[in-house]
Each structure stands twice: as C-alpha cells, then as structure tokens.
Design a protein around this ligand. Structure first.
Ligand SMILES: NC(=O)c1ccc[n+]([C@@H]2O[C@H](COP(=O)([O-])OP(=O)(O)OC[C@H]3O[C@@H](n4cnc5c(N)ncnc54)[C@H](O)[C@@H]3O)[C@@H](O)[C@H]2O)c1
Length: 448
C-alpha cells in the first residue's frame, strides 16, 4: 500500500512506479500560481474524466491548478506533472495541507464519493465543480443543495458540460416559450450500459492483489469495504455496482433527460416504477423501463406528467413518439411531446427533431444562445461573474429524480410513492434504507 501522507510530486518521482510518467507531461502554459488573483483549483480524481475536467479548467487564463489528488498514484502523478502542482492520494490530507491555499475544487471521482468531497470542500468555503450525477443518494443531494444555498457566495456546477451547448439551450428556451404547447409526455433513453460496462451480473468472487499504485481503502472511501477484484470496479466499471455507482440512469439521464427539468421546472417525482431485467443484489439491472411521475404545472397538460426512461437497448417505438413515417428511433435521445408539437434532442450530436401534426418542420432556435464553456463559466462564476448553468440547487433536483429511478430498480415492478417533503417512500418501508447512507467508520463528513 502507498504511503498515505501527502506526497510532494518530487518525492513520488523518486519511486519506482514513476519511471514511465512525469516530466514529459509538463506544459509550461499551465504555470503554477505564485499568488496573484488567480483562482487556485484542486482536482480530486484526475484520471478518467477527471483528466479532461482538470485540464479544461486549467485552460482558463485566470486559473492556477495547485493540487491534484487521486487514489491511483499514476493518475495523480500524470496530472501533477502536466499541471506542475503537488499531488496527494487522500483528498482529506490535501484539503488540510492546502487549507487557505486553494479556492475551488473539481470532483471527478466515482459517484459514491461525490457528496463527501463536495461537502468537505464547501465546509471549507470552497467553490465546487462536481461530476454528474451530483450524488449517490437523495439525502446527499439535499444536503449539498442546502449548503450551496446557505453559502450563496460559492459557485457550484454539476459536470453536465453538454447543458452549456447553444443548441440545447435553444431547445430549452423554445419549449419554455411554448413552441410545442403544454407537455403531455417525455421519453428519454440511453444505450448504456450494454457494451459499456456490466450490469445484471453477479460480481466475481475472490480477491486479487491490489495494484501497487492504487490505495484500495481510499478508493472505497465511505462505502462498505469489499475485496479488490481486477477489471471489476476500478476504473470505470464501478458504475453498475450498487454500492458505488448509480447505474445507467444515474450515468446518462443527467445528460439526456435534463431538458424537461430546465424547460418545465420539474422538481421531485411523486412516484416511480421500474420494469427491470436481470435483477440481482450487487449490480443494477441489465436493462429497464422506469416511469417517473411528476405533479403538473402551467407548462404541463394535465395534473401529472410521466417521464419514461429506458436503458440497456430498450427504446420507445416510433409510434410512441408520434413520428413521421419511416423514422428510425435513435439512441441517447430525449423527446417531449406537447399539445402543439414534438421536439427531440439527441445527446451525442445535438441533433434536433421538430414535428407538428406528424410533419417535420425546421427548428429555428434563438441564435443568441450560443455554446458556452461549462468549465470556464463556472470559473467565471467563482470569480464573481455570472451564474452557472447547473448549480447545485438545480442539479440536486435532477439528480434526486435519477437516483429515485435507481431506487425503483431495486424493487422492480413496485410503484414507489414518494413524499418529497418528508424524504420518504410512503408505501414500502424497505426502500427507505437507500434514501441516505451510513458511511464507513472514519468517513463521516460534517453536514452530510
Ligand atoms: N460529464 C461527462 O461527460 C462524464 C464522462 C465520464 C464520466 N463522468 C463522471 O466522472 C466521474 C468519474 O468517472 P470516470 O469514468 O472517470 O471513472 P474512472 O474510474 O475511470 O476514474 C475515476 C478517477 O478517480 C480516481 N478516484 C477514485 N476514488 C477517488 C477518491 N476517493 N479520491 C481521489 N481520486 C479518486 C480514480 O483513481 C480515477 O483516476 C463519474 O462521476 C462519472 O459519472 C462524466
């Protein structure tokens, strides 16, 4: 196991594991802050998506990266070398050591650690960019949202960078303005997890040696301890494992199904039900349909609105969407069906479909709503300019709905009635065991 003490990058480079990494990554344009007015940022989880996140943030001219934290020393060292900053394996030690020496944190770890790290940062009065889904469970979302609102001077942003695209903002604005009338139904779906990561499978038994560069105890963090297995959890495959990830809906719905939350002001569902395939205790189902029901409002046609989510290869039929003849249902898309038309938006390439009475029309959005850089927009907000697209007060509502979807998938076929005010499933007590989480000893964080 690695030494858990904060590790100055130079110290680590003396270690054998560093032989193949390091100085080659150094990019002098990402110079280390030596005071001045730069926003001093720490990246936590800097392999995987975190590498993209921290290097994007580093591109902002007013940013200095002052720390890179990763439980995998190879990832930490790559970032430390590229960004010319000190590295740590344990975020708690990084925060303690840096103390007043940082202003903001980018959290790009697996889902089960988002809330702990984000809350620890906000407790210290730091701005936070946190990957999606914001949290692993509902109670964590509520706690982060409450803290972000209490500390209104902090800029928060969930890592749904596609929400800042001009095309998506144009679609949201048009729906808000009533281009398709009042909304009757929403469909959103993803091809995940099939072909991306395993779900609906038992975790292989036994234990493998932990790679020398990885601190498994730190990786587990506040979740229940379990033995390390190669090619099962880290990297990436933790998504399908209930203790760590939030399944396909947690992974993709914050990207794909955010449009009705922005456009219609959806908040909490009132009920949710999953029809799931290949259900087991350890991983989420291989595929499922989830129906989330929301209370109506002035943008919704009727007293309630149903959002139909599906994943693992299940897609709505073209007839469900009221599509023109010959329409081939794409993947990773959201459709809103309204009293005066239908709009669809595909996640990958921002393709828009706009139909009226089953006929295709040209969608002309408000071109003033251009692409924004989600990362830099957050940096600007940290420095007092503007507000973020996906601040925690909004992100917590979107995340809450998605993790309630994962909750339903633990009880397939049961319609769960959700009392949002009291944060309780009212008709199945067993479901309430997953609303909040008991953290492993030593991993409690104040205010969480
Ligand atoms: N916004 C997007 O487009 C997008 C894309 C991919 C992933 N993500 C999100 O990014 C997050 C990470 O996903 P990933 O695919 O990069 O996972 P990953 O497992 O590939 O990488 C996670 C990284 O975090 C490190 N890590 C794990 N626990 C840590 C801890 N407690 N402290 C510090 N470092 C830790 C790992 O060593 C690894 O380097 C997830 O929340 C995921 O949903 C977002």
């Amino acid at each position: 196991m690695q030494d858990r003490k904060s590790i100055n990058r130079r110290t680590f480079l003396q270690g054998a594991a560093a032989a193949t990494v390091g100085a080659a990554w150094l990019n002098p344009s990402w110079a280390r802050a030596e005071g001045g007015n730069k926003l001093r940022v720490v990246g936590v989880g800097v392999g995987g998506q975190g590498w993209h996140d921290i290097t994007q943030v580093a591109e902002h001219p007013d940013v200095a990266i002052v720390g890179a934290v990763d439980v995998d020393m190879r990832a930490a060292d790559r970032a430390g070398g590229a960004l010319n900053c000190d590295i740590w394996q344990d975020y708690r030690e990084a925060f303690r050591d840096l103390a007043d020496g940082f202003d903001a944190v980018v959290v790009s770890t697996p889902d089960h650690m988002h809330a702990s790290i984000a809350m620890a940062a906000m407790n210290m009065d730091k701005h936070v960019y946190c990957q999606k889904p914001l949290t692993w469970c509902v109670a964590e979302s509520r706690a982060l949202s409450a803290m972000a609102q209490q500390k209104g001077h902090l800029a928060t942003q969930m890592g749904t960078q596609w929400a800042s695209r001009g095309a998506k903002r144009q679609v949201i604005a048009a729906i808000r303005e009533g281009i398709i009338g009042k909304i009757q139904k929403v469909y959103a779906w993803s091809d995940r997890p099939a072909g991306w990561w395993p779900q609906g499978v038992e975790i292989p038994s036994g234990e493998d040696p932990v790679p020398q560069n990885l601190d498994w105890d730190l990786w587990i963090g506040g979740a229940p301890m379990r033995p390390y297995k190669n090619d099962t959890y880290a990297p990436f495959k933790w998504r399908g494992v209930k203790d760590f990830g939030t399944g396909a809906i947690g992974d993709m719905a914050c990207h794909i199904a955010d449009i009705p939350f922005y456009a219609l002001g959806l908040t909490n569902p009132t009920s949710m039900i999953s029809q799931a395939n290949d259900v087991n205790d350890d991983t989420y189902p291989s595929s499922q349909n989830i129906t989330l029901t929301f209370a109506g409002n002035d943008k919704i046609d009727g007293d309630t609105l149903e959002l139909f989510w599906s994943d693992g290869g299940i897609k709505p039929a073209a007839e469900d969407l009221g599509a023109p003849a010959g329409f081939e249902v794409p993947q990773n898309t959201c459709f809103l069906i309204g009293t005066e038309g239908t709009i669809g938006f595909r996640h990958e390439d921002a393709k828009v479909w706009y139909w009226v009475n089953g006929e295709e029309k040209e969608f002309v959005g408000n071109r003033r709503l251009r692409d924004r850089n989600h990362y830099h927009h957050w940096v600007d907000a940290c420095m007092g300019w503007g507000e973020t697209e996906t601040h925690f007060a909004f992100a917590s509502k979107l995340t809450e709905s998605m993790v309630l979807g994962t909750l339903a998938s633990r009880f397939p076929g049961r319609k769960l009635e959700w009392d949002a005010d009291n944060m309780r499933v009212t008709n199945l007590d067993a479901a309430n065991a997953f609303i909040a989480r008991d953290y492993r000893e030593g991993w409690d964080v104040e205010n969480l």
